[in-house]
Design a protein around this ligand. Structure first.
Ligand code: NAP
Ligand code: F7E
Length: 350
């Protein structure tokens, strides 16, 4: 039986990847952090919490990785853990670098010494293209990061390549464009919208405050994308791949389709609030997944409209169950207990 280690198993991709690897017959270990409130709700929602082994780890603590790799000697390591929210990286640039950038060599160096035969996946990001130098973006497009998050991911991307070239390790970097799902964190724009659409439809919320409605993103469905991570590690030779749908849509279009799904018009509810604008924006992302199609035989299965529908319907279903008094593991009620909008602190002076 193959053994896989997923860092960040409590996050969106970690949960879907765990489910996918279990379906392939892997023994799955996943890392979690000690938090004041446990957050295993995604693993519970997918019915895999009791099927994975949880190991305690923090990307700023190299000794925790040393203990894990010494004990489990994995065949495959998926490094999904990160401070992954671009907005927060403007508020905490130093910890973002500590975690998202420097966390990577902390893992790779222990792997180099203890299990150099393991195959390694790094969760790189389309944010590295930032102020895009080419449309669409592919594996050869020059990078231009526009946030501390993107700069941290770029460092980790190059170190992943460096360990492949310097030590002949099997390391791959997946440059994934935005991918979403009902398990997406509430701070990201897609889930912020679908959760609000559900609440507005049920009379629990009156309006939705958003930032830049003109930003364009290449949005895919997370379960489709985690399969590409696995496919990269099944190749004979390690390489880097862009994973994207090849389509781009504005935040405004996402709102339009999401509100339409429940028979409402976004114009009646969405208000632009400058506090949600970023200090420097990534205006347009659209990926070219040709290499993944050709070498991995991978292509996205879910369209933009299907993705929006899946997310809206699941948030609607959750709030309806909640109104009937059902209690089940889910993130949104905690956010709405006090009905408070948390504004980004980089905009405090506005
Ligand atoms: P996510 O939901 O934010 O999950 C991030 C995971 O990292 C969580 O399990 C989190 O643990 C863990 N983590 C955060 N800080 C840590 C630390 N100091 N030590 C150990 N673990 C830590 O992110 P995601 O959407 O699943 O994304 C997975 C990865 O892909 C991330 O690296 C992200 O940057 C990258 N990525 C995502 C996208 C996308 O569109 N989703 C696109 C490109 C790249 P807690 O649960 O304890 O917070
Ligand atoms: O923003 C705009 C915002 O926070 C998307 C992460 O997974 O994908 C994600 O990063 C766009 C931006 O995701 C609001 O300005 C407007 O242009 O959902 P987001 P992101 O920054 O693209 C990449 C690939 C990653 O690697 C990251 O880990 O939407 N926007 N109004 C807003 N964004 C948010 N969050 N909230 C708003 O109110």
């Amino acid at each position: 039986m193959k053994v896989a280690l997923i860092t960040g198993i409590t996050g969106q991709d970690g949960a879907y990847l765990a489910k996918f690897l279990l379906s392939k017959g892997y023994k799955v270990y996943g890392t979690y952090r000690r938090l004041s409130t446990p957050n295993f709700w995604r693993l519970q929602a997918l019915g895999v919490l009791d099927k994975v082994e949880l190991v305690s780890f923090d990307l700023i603590d190299q000794s925790s990785m040393l203990n894990i790799l010494k004990k489990i000697k994995p065949d495959e390591i998926y490094n999904l853990a990160a401070q992954s929210f671009v907005g927060a990286s403007f508020e905490q640039p130093v910890s973002t670098a500590e975690i998202t950038a420097l966390g990577l060599p902390r893992i790779l160096d222990v792997m180099r010494i203890l299990c150099p035969q393991a195959k390694f996946y790094q969760a790189s990001s389309s944010e590295m293209f930032g102020k895009v130098q080419q449309i669409p973006q592919n594996e050869k497009t020059p990078f231009y990061p526009r946030s501390p998050y993107a700069a941290a991911k770029l460092y980790a991307h190059w170190v992943t390549i460096n360990y492949r070239e310097a030590y002949n390790l099997f390391t791959c970097s997946g440059i994934l464009f935005n991918h979403e799902s009902p398990l997406r964190g509430l701070e990201f724009v897609t889930r912020k919208i679908t959760n609000a659409v559900a609440r507005i439809k049920l009379g629990l919320q009156k309006e939705l405050l958003l930032g830049n409605l003109d930003a364009k993103r290449d949005w895919g469905y997370a379960p489709d994308f985690v399969e590409a991570m696995w496919l990269m590690l099944q190749q004979e030779h390690p390489d880097d791949f862009v994973i994207a749908t090849g389509e781009t849509h504005t935040v405004r279009e996402f709102c339009e389709v999401a509100f339409q799904e429940v028979g409402l018009h976004y114009n009646d509810y969405v208000k632009v609030d400058e506090r949600f604008f970023r200090p420097s924006e990534v205006d347009l992302l659209v990926g070219d997944p040709a290499q993944a199609k050709q070498k991995l035989n991978w292509k996205p299965k879910t369209t933009f409209k299907e993705l929006v529908k899946i997310m809206v319907q699941e948030d609607l279903n959750r709030w309806q169950r909640f109104q009937k008094g059902e209690h089940f593991p889910w993130d949104a009620p905690y956010d709405y207990v006090f009905g408070k909008t948390i504004s980004p602190t980089y905009q405090l002076d506005r």
